[in-house]
Design a protein around this ligand. Structure first.
Ligand code: NAD
Length: 438
């Protein structure tokens, strides 16, 4: 059969593209070597959020007294938490399978390899069979980056995030190399479950890509709670459970390496002319330099977020289908969340020369005060001085992940402050902070 579209990789980019193209009546073949859902569903976003939720239940029960609730003999069973995580993942993978179960979509479980390509056709091999398609969409994702630190390779005490998620036992203590998003989310999980945590970050600050006023609130809370955070600290070598750093020695039962991810270009060797830099190079429509070859998701090395991958896939398929109006991705309005406790959520740009910043503590929200005893938080809105357009929002405080979408909408639609002021927010919700800060 001649397919309209061959997709390599069944993560958020791949399955979104398969769903969209097959719903449009186009014949699609999707190759996935592991489980559908990719990193996000199987070993990323969903399993971490499931475990973090269990940890939060325990932590809140432990600290229930401040809300006038007495809970005695609070305990947890980590293996049960991990089993529940697996159940959640299985359920969601089955959901994706069901979504792709239509007459236009063929899912092949196996490792795919591009065999040949012309401007008219791409041939992909998988499990000894060949598949021909008019278009190819590369959604091969990314893999954990292993830094060339002596003692990391083949060290049974060294984990990546997948190994950490798989372990049915909690470490006695953990050192986390890399104070980025993955590092801080695991720091939160282990800390809330009572594991001593040390975060080692090479840059002068943790979460270096985020607004530093926001990060300051988190760091202060975490250090006060007992998490050790070493910044400006380079790991020189690891020997068993012993880490030598530029600032001294650290010992830990397990060492989690979370220093970023790299595009996975597996299966593409036949595409000798494919332009790659940090990943497969693409234009605004997710087209590569090769006619009829597109790429979406982490493999493009752009913004490694599942929701970006899904949107990129929509844009790519829209382009293949020549849909009108032509779609693009609004990279200026992509929300991002760090699932620490409190959560961090942001969208748009940080303060710049042509901007003014309006800042308000989260305690201006009645609902926040009611539900966050003894907690602080911050909401920062960045406004273009000349046009009064909302160009960025940065927040820390629970549950800001749940309403950052409202800020994304404002940034995406180019709302001015007076326009945003006309939006009615439900009371009492923490989302009202977005209006208060105006
Ligand atoms: P990251 O880029 O967010 O953070 C890596 C950190 O490691 C950086 O702060 C960097 O300065 C530091 N680092 C690099 N080399 C180091 C070294 N040798 N020693 C000490 N520190 C070092 O990467 P990540 O946390 O591994 O996450 C990978 C990707 O997955 C990111 O793109 C992230 O956005 C994505 N992700 C997103 C979420 C979410 O949206 N909630 C959750 C997890 C992961």
């Amino acid at each position: 059969m001649q397919y309209f579209l061959a997709i390599i990789g069944g993560g958020p980019a791949g399955y979104t593209a398969a769903e969209k193209a097959s719903k449009a009546g186009k014949q699609v073949v999707l190759f996935e070597q592991n489980a559908l859902g990719g990193t996000c569903l199987n070993v990323g976003c969903i399993p971490t959020k499931t475990l973090l939720y269990s940890a939060k239940q325990y932590y809140n029960a432990l600290h229930a007294d401040k809300y006038g609730v007495t809970a005695e003999n609070v305990a947890f069973n980590y293996e049960k938490m991990v089993l529940r995580k697996q159940k959640v993942v299985r359920k969601l993978v089955a959901g994706i399978k069901a979504k792709l179960n239509n007459e236009c979509c063929t899912v092949v479980n196996g490792t795919a390899e591009v065999v040949s390509r012309t401007d008219e056709q791409v041939v992909v091999a998988c499990n000894g069979e060949q598949y021909e398609a008019e278009n190819l969409l590369i959604c091969t994702g990314s893999t954990n980056f292993v830094p060339p630190i002596p003692g990391v390779k083949d060290n049974p005490n060294v984990w990546d995030s997948t190994m950490a998620l798989d372990s049915k036992e909690l470490p006695q203590s953990i050192a986390i190399v890399g104070g980025g998003v993955i590092g801080l989310e695991f720091a939160t999980l282990y800390h809330e479950l009572g594991v001593p945590v040390t975060v080692i970050e090479a840059m002068p600050t943790i979460l270096p890509n985020l607004d530093q006023d926001i990060v300051h609130v988190l760091r202060e809370k975490y250090e006060k709670a007992g998490i050790t955070i070493l910044t400006d600290t380079k790991v020189e070598s690891i020997d068993g459970q012993h880490i030598s750093t530029s600032q001294g020695e650290v010992d830990a039962d397990k060492i989690l390496i979370s220093v970023g991810r790299r595009a996975n270009l597996q299966g593409l060797t036949a595409l000798t002319d494919l332009q790659c830099e940090r990943g497969v190079c693409v234009d605004d429509f997710m087209r590569t330099n090769l006619k009829n070859v597109y790429a979406a998701g982490d493999v493009t090395g752009k913004v490694m977020l599942a929701h970006v991958a899904a949107r990129q896939a929509e844009v790519a398929v829209g382009r293949m289908l020549r849909q009108i109006p032509v779609q693009r991705i609004a990279y200026n309005a992509i929300p991002s969340v760090v699932y620490t406790n409190p959560e961090i959520a942001s969208v748009g740009i940080a303060a710049g020369q042509d901007c003014e910043v309006r800042t308000l503590p989260m305690t201006y929200s009645g609902r926040f005060v009611a539900e966050n005893e003894g907690e602080t938080g911050l909401c920062k809105m960045v406004v273009d001085k000349k046009t009064q357009t909302v160009v960025g929002v940065h927040m820390i405080g629970n549950p800001c992940s749940e309403f950052i979408a409202a800020a994304s909408f404002a940034v995406r639609m180019g709302y001015t402050v007076p326009e945003f002021q006309q939006v009615v927010f439900p009371h009492p919700t923490v989302s009202e902070i977005l209006k208060e800060v105006l």
